[in-house]
Design a protein around this ligand. Sequence first.
Ligand SMILES: [Fe+2]
Length: 266
Amino acid sequence: MAAIAMVTAIYPVQRKMIDIHTHVVYGVDDGARSLEMSMQMLRNAVEGGITGICCTAHARPGHRLFPAQDYLERLELLQRFLWQEGLDLCLYSGCEIMYTSEAIQALRGGFLPTLGGKGAVLTEFMPEIPWGMMQHAVREMSNAGFHVLVAHVERYECLREAFTWLEELKEMGCFLQMNAETVLRSHGLMGDRWARKALKTGLIDVVASDMHNLTSRKGNLPEARAMLKRDYGEETALRLTEDTPRRILEGSLWEERRKGRSANGW
Ligand SMILES: [Fe+2]
């Protein structure tokens, strides 16, 4: 398979609400199932005030070939649709990589798109992964030069059982993404307490929809943003749904951290 040459932020990043974890490109994973569904998901996003979407199709190196050509062709087709409809929404390339022993090789070979082409990787693990394995995986990714954004961080047993590992992930240089659904719905007393603590202490960097369709896993970032604003204040809501995702897509977050002058003190 040819390496993906176009792993770029094709369109300029705008300073508005950005959904950095979605499955809106049809027919490449378990997300949107048709062009029509993709188009409606995008229309809904625009109505909700979203101006940037990163299309993070599932990738599982060593288990399933990432359908790079279909993905890129459909991403472009959808962006053209948005332009033709006059909809103010920019699409960015990316993927949600399930960490496997082949992950680094696939990324280094350019077979998978990083977020906006800026070197950050939305990374997921098996929910029951032991902490030591997650720690090892993050180290491997970092040593290979990739910035890790941990997908739906609330999903992993080891992190729910020991909050200290969440803090250690941050110390290792990871950024942490929580799903909008976790902000919006109760997931049991302990789960709610864990999520509130993670948000209140500032450990969560990004909230995103992880939308897959128009019904059971639909876009819900605008609702989550309103809830975040009510419960944690406007500044936090903006940081989680706008500023940090924008800086990840620009690549500026890592540069700021390297220079030790991050506005958020990371
Ligand atoms: Fe996802």
